[in-house]
Design a protein around this ligand. Structure first.
Ligand SMILES: CC(C)(COP(=O)(O)OP(=O)(O)OC[C@H]1O[C@@H](n2cnc3c(N)ncnc32)[C@H](O)[C@@H]1OP(=O)(O)O)[C@@H](O)C(=O)NCCC(=O)NCCS
Length: 173
């Protein structure tokens, strides 16, 4: 079954160059300047072969997106995930993570790693619910202004909840 929010269907698809302005402005709304991405960062990530963007779309607007990098070695990185506050708490974030993990598994990755601010308790709880654990404390990681945590999930042994696994498969190329 698809995901509907306020009777709008949420569609998941690969991110495109045309999505950059909306992704950039959502990131700037959600994060302070020392931890949000510059426009140039979006451009250079779009050009990287190992990087994938996954977008969640509601009618004609961006509801959320995530960026992941495959490798090096057998680890994928979740570089960022943003869900528009108007669409949060409806399962979009969990589905974006599930899609990324599925893509990483297809590319033979054994784990997914990510960095999160130690002050972002909501995001840490969100990741912990999805099976991520804290593996390393990163002092001053965000421009020397905020500490961070590296979190990690073993993609080989972790079993995805069935509902997410089913929808993830449907949305992949
Ligand atoms: C962290 C973030 C990506 C989560 O996205 P989200 O779409 O709100 O996530 P989900 O809806 O999948 O899950 C969030 C909560 O909604 C609940 N939820 C999931 N599906 C739901 C549904 N259908 N109806 C109601 N609640 C639901 C989850 O149980 C979860 O509960 P919790 O807050 O107790 O953990 C989002 O809050 C965000 O963009 N935050 C700002 C940017 C940020 O911090 N990014 C992380 C950087 S490291």
């Amino acid at each position: 079954m698809g995901l509907f929010i306020n009777s709008q269907r949420i569609r998941f698809r690969p991110g495109l160059w045309a999505d950059i302005p909306a992704m950039f402005s959502l990131d700037a709304r959600l994060f302070p300047p020392h931890s949000s991405y510059d426009l140039e960062v979006f451009h250079s990530l779009m050009l990287e072969e190992a990087v994938s963007f996954i977008v969640a779309h509601a009618a004609d607007e961006l509801a959320g997106y995530m960026i992941l990098r495959i490798g090096p070695e057998r680890e994928a990185s979740a570089l960022t995930i943003d869900v528009d506050p108007a669409y949060q708490n409806h399962g979009i974030g969990a589905r974006l993570m599930a899609l990324s993990e599925r893509l990483a598994r297809l590319k033979k990755m054994k784990a997914m790693v990510l960095q999160v601010s130690s002050q972002n308790h909501r995001a840490m709880r969100f990741y912990e619910k999805l099976g991520y654990t804290r593996v390393r404390f990163l002092r001053g990681y965000y421009g020397g202004e905020e500490d961070g945590w590296e979190m990690k999930k073993d993609l080989v042994s972790y079993t995805q909840p069935r509902i997410l696994e089913k929808e993830s498969t449907a949305a992949l190329p």
